[in-house]
Design a protein around this ligand. Structure first.
Ligand SMILES: Cc1ncc(COP(=O)(O)O)c(C=O)c1O
Ligand SMILES: N[C@@H](CCOP(=O)(O)O)C(=O)O
Length: 461
């Protein structure tokens, strides 16, 4: 099993190497050279299995033997043991043919825990074999950061630095990142928006002296292993609604395009997915791109679904790579144009993307109205991101059952949820004192050299 870069010139790597490498050295993202498939019979046998067993069967073909079967099963078991629901990713019925996939029962109450808890286990196992230490630098619009901190806090061979946009995450999200007391956790509030944070992380990877000097590792969806772990719940939910004997559709609240790209991989593996719907908030670059062919940023606008306040959608590069016939040079050219604000997608690539993805946009008012209407109709209290998904899904209901991904717990966004529904969602008891815990955070400028100095100083201290 080999992994290649979307920009065509970085070394070809094994699964383990791709996981520990993060961004490819040509600036691209690693993808499998070929996507393994499951037969209809293999998919059918997933129905009724525990989530952990589905995870093992879906992910194993991508590993190329990097972990022995028993070791991998053990890592999966540990990764999901802290989840607060026996099903891990339960499905709830919202309407006649509309289902909600609750992905917020992990330790930090967002879908990020599915991949981050597992990647934490896999990276620790890999480091234990080599005796190395690594420095993780991640960018977050709120959820990746807390999930990464939870997965790596307290480890002696890992430092974790998280850049979040100052003033642009919810208070619960911020406190999840700033209240852990372990010395290897470094929460950094950066001037700018999420796109700036992600750009600085990629800059650090593209500075080879820095990258090699600190042994930089990535846990954003830059890292293929993050995407892979998210493929699993497409299978677990689809088979529970009758796949592969009937098709299902998915709507995915989307920002950095990692989660919906995992759905795309599930479809390439053989899962019969009718429609894959991208749901955006007012930061609607992906919806505009699919409708007009122009992939152009127009500035991040803060919203009540802050984790999706993203315009430079990292994993869209992976989808473009396939849509352009896996032409790495063409992708490198497009990404260079992106630095000055955007590019036009070629007609052929656009048609390929439209054959694969549908899309829709949800305004702030529509998000609030969907939270209220869904509560009244079903009793389900949605977070604003999940509400964006539900609204867009309702515009795409068809013959196949629609599964909307509920990506975060409403208690992570209590102000927005209360304003929309009148209900103040409570944090689980284990987090009840979150607002009483002291915060530890460093304000940092949007400046690569300053950030690199800070990382080096912290590592030396
Ligand atoms: C709650 C929530 N919903 C949706 C998204 C969008 O997911 P993705 O960035 O994988 O498109 C994010 C951020 O990743 C998120 O934290
Ligand atoms: N919404 C994310 C943004 C980062 O996405 P990632 O999947 O690339 O880690 C967040 O909450 O941080």
């Amino acid at each position: 099993m080999r992994y290649i870069s979307t920009r065509g010139t970085a070394p070809v790597l094994s699964f383990g190497e791709a996981m520990m490498t993060g961004l490819a050295r040509d600036g691209g993202l690693y993808v499998p050279e070929t996507v393994p498939t499951l037969t209809a019979d293999e998919i059918a046998t997933l129905a009724g299995l525990p989530y952990e067993e589905v995870a093992f069967r879906v992910m194993k073909p991508f590993l190329g033997g990097f972990f022995a079967d028993d070791e991998f099963k053990g890592l999966i078991a540990k990764a999901y043991s802290g989840f607060g629901h026996a099903a891990r990713a339960p499905l709830k019925q919202l309407g006649a043919n509309h289902f909600l996939l609750e992905l917020f029962h992990g330790p930090t109450l967002a879908f990020k825990d599915f991949a981050m808890q597992l990647i934490g286990q896999m990276m620790q196992a890999a480091l234990a074999k080599t005796g190395q230490r690594i420095t993780i630098v991640g960018a977050t619009s709120g959820d990746t950061g807390s999930a990464a901190i939870e997965a790596f806090r307290g480890l002696s061979n890992v430092d974790v630095f998280i850049l979040f946009p100052h003033g642009r995450v919810s208070e619960v999200q911020r406190r999840q990142m700033t209240t852990p007391t372990e010395a290897n956790v470094h929460a950094l509030a950066m001037d700018g928006d999420f796109d700036d944070c992600q750009a600085r992380v990629k800059d650090m990877f593209n500075d080879f002296a820095f990258r090699d000097g600190v042994r930089l590792a990535g846990v954003n969806s830059i890292n293929w292993a993050r995407v892979l772990a998210q493929v699993v719940y497409y299978f677990s939910s689809a088979v529970s609604l009758g796949a592969p004997h009937r098709k299902v559709s998915f709507t995915v609240p989307t920002g950095n395009f990692g989660d919906i790209f995992a759905g795309y991989i599930a479809r390439k593996m053989g899962l019969p997915i009718e429609e894959l719907v991208i749901a955006t908030n007012q930061n609607d670059i992906l919806d505009r791109a699919l409708k007009s062919g122009a992939y152009e940023t127009n500035g991040v606008k803060p919203s009540i679904s802050p984790s999706m306040d993203i315009q430079v959608s990292s994993n869209f590069e992976r989808a473009l790579f396939d849509a352009y016939g896996r032409d790495g040079a063409a992708i490198a050219q497009l990404m260079a144009e992106m630095k000055s604000g955007g590019f036009r997608i070629s007609q052929g690539a656009l048609e390929t993307l439209r054959a694969t993805f549908a899309s829709g946009r949800c305004s702030e008012d529509e998000t609030r109205a969907t939270i209220a209407a869904t509560l009244a109709a079903t009793g389900e209290l949605l977070c604003p991101h999940s509400a964006v998904g539900v609204k867009v899904a309702e515009e795409h209901l068809g013959a196949a059952p629609m599964i909307t991904l509920a990506t975060a717990h409403p208690a992570k966004f209590p102000d927005a949820v209360q304003a929309a529904s009148g209900i103040h969602p409570a944090l689980p008891p284990r987090m009840a004192d979150l607002f009483a815990r002291p915060e530890r955070v460093t304000r940092v400028p949007n400046d690569l050299a300053a950030l690199q100095s800070l990382v080096r100083e912290r590592l030396a201290s």
